[in-house]
Write a protein that binds this ligand. Sequence first.
Ligand code: FES
Ligand code: FES
Length: 167
Amino acid sequence: MQFLINGKSIEADFDVRTSLLDLLRDHLGLPGSKKGCNQGACGACTVLVDGERILSCLALAVQYQGRSITTIEGLADSGLHPLQQSFIEHDGFQCGYCTPGQICSAVAMIEEIKRGLPSHVTADLSADAIALSHDELRERMSGNLCRCGAYNGIVDAITEVYAETTE
Ligand code: FES
Ligand code: FES
């Protein structure tokens, strides 16, 4: 089967019951995406498919042939991604286990809010633009858990990069 992962075309042969997360980690040597709960509850396995965030532990790899998959390794292809740099500067990680998922999720979330996609806490659904308030950020990142409680640094890192990209 043929995949496009981090901009590279990759052939892989595996059991069709394999999750996308297991394909990345166990078959393709991309261990950046983490297996936290393996049941869709923690966000540690978040990757981007055509720029949208998905939980790779809940995805069957065969469904994603021909789609553009980006993992945390791909975000750092030509130097650190601004969010990776910002997580470092704001101490957005402690053990770092959740960090790849947090960063992939934040990359997609920033694009979602720029496209005007509302969240559960968006007050005005007809507004032309949505501000990334503290509540919006918390709601939109709520699928990514950090057991160390590095949330303050994570929020600061995302807030800073969002502000830079919308200047
Ligand atoms: S490992 Fe996928 S959501 Fe937890
Ligand atoms: S930094 Fe450890 S779980 Fe988030």
